[in-house]
Design a protein around this ligand. Structure first.
Ligand code: GDP
Ligand code: MG
Length: 329
């Protein structure tokens, strides 16, 4: 595939579901922000170790007339995880947001901003692809700490914050997750819609997301076949109870339910998420190349530093394979 084709971004086919991926350090309020967006307790949000998000989770809802799917992640780039663990999480995150997210939200806690977090946008780029920054914005949490200050005043006092926001093309927003206030969500969705418009109405995608999507569709088809008999039994039952238009309405509901269920299950378990590192690496080319440190230099170092020294080092072996087989670079 040529690099021009690789840079081509996915068309907005299922026209209106917005897929949003929350990224950021553990404890900054990602799960709480996901709950604020969906207006319900979809994700566990707490500081107790037992409820810490350890894997990517997805939840959907209708918010202000829009269909929204939120993918909550554990600290993807947190230190002290093994290479295997980091890759497992990233694969799941990709699969749950396939065929690609409309927005990556870099979640930052007001008043808690570290060097590591300054690298987050770079990490997103090296993990998900260079163009991902065009689909990224900053979401501050703990808006209650602002008191009488505006978020603009707060941001203007920090060169580091200004820099990270600039790398997200100036897009940012603040949530107070402690209050139920839908307006803050509507504003966020407006910013995301503006970003989508600037991006030509497209969500972010690349070879890696497309591979995941293919694997999901394949698994979904397999599951639907597996469920077919059960579905036919349900339809027969409905046919015995309803006629005409009523039957057709019920029939459509059943078909839809099976589709949704098969898709949800396929996103969680498919050949893409099950593939060993090496297979993903060859499949995903440049993007994972970046993640794995193939691009070397600062990219490798950032990942190495953020994902733990073990990742940087151990992955070195894989990278040779990628540069040999990569069809993207
Ligand atoms: P995650 O690890 O990034 O998913 O963080 P959580 O969503 O689990 O939040 C960590 C803690 O911060 C929880 O105790 C939340 O209640 C708290 N928290 C999250 N957002 C806010 C906020 O906007 N204001 C306040 N005061 N607390 C928050
Ligand atoms: Mg969480």
């Amino acid at each position: 595939m040529s690099s021009a084709a690789y840079k081509g971004l996915g068309a907005l086919s299922e026209s209106y579901e917005r897929r949003i991926v929350l990224v950021g350090k553990t404890g900054v309020g990602k799960s709480a922000a996901g709950n604020t967006i969906l207006g319900r307790e979809a994700f566990e949000s707490d500081l107790s170790p037992s409820s810490l998000t350890s894997e990517c989770k997805k939840a959907k809802g209708a918010v202000g007339g829009r269909q929204v799917a939120v993918v909550d992640t554990p600290g993807l780039f947190d230190t002290n995880f093994t290479q295997e663990e980091v890759l497992k999480r990233i694969k799941m995150c990709i699969s749950l947001s396939a065929p690609g997210p409309h927005a990556f939200l870099v979640v930052l806690q007001l008043g808690r901003f570290t060097q590591e977090e300054q690298d987050t946008v770079r990490m997103i780029q090296t993990t998900f692809g260079e163009d991902a920054a065009k689909f990224t914005m900053v979401l501050f949490t703990h808006g209650d700490q602002l008191k009488n200050q505006t978020i603009e005043e707060f941001v203007s006092q920090s060169e580091e914050l200004k820099a990270i926001i600039a790398s997200c093309y100036g897009r940012y927003h603040v949530f107070n997750n402690e209050v139920k206030n839908e307006k803050q969500t509507y504003r966020l969705l407006d910013i995301i819609d503006d970003m989508t418009t600037v991006n030509g109405g497209w969500y972010y995608t690349n070879e890696m997301f497309m591979r995941a999507e293919e694997a999901i569709e394949k698994e979904k088809a397999r599951l639907l076949k597996e469920f077919e008999e059960q579905k036919q039994r349900e339809l027969a039952e409905l046919r015995s109870r309803y006629v005409g238009g009523t039957f057709h309405r019920e029939e459509t509901i059943v078909h839809h339910r099976y589709e949704v269920e098969a898709r949800a299950r396929a996103e969680k378990s498919n050949d893409f998420v099950k593939a060993p590192v090496i297979a993903i690496a060859t499949a995903c080319g440049a993007t994972v190349g970046g993640l794995l440190g193939v691009a070397a230099g600062p990219v490798g170092l950032v990942i190495g530093a953020a994902a733990g020294a073990a990742v940087g080092a151990a992955i070195g072996a894989v990278s040779i394979q990628i540069s040999d087989k990569c069809s993207i670079q």
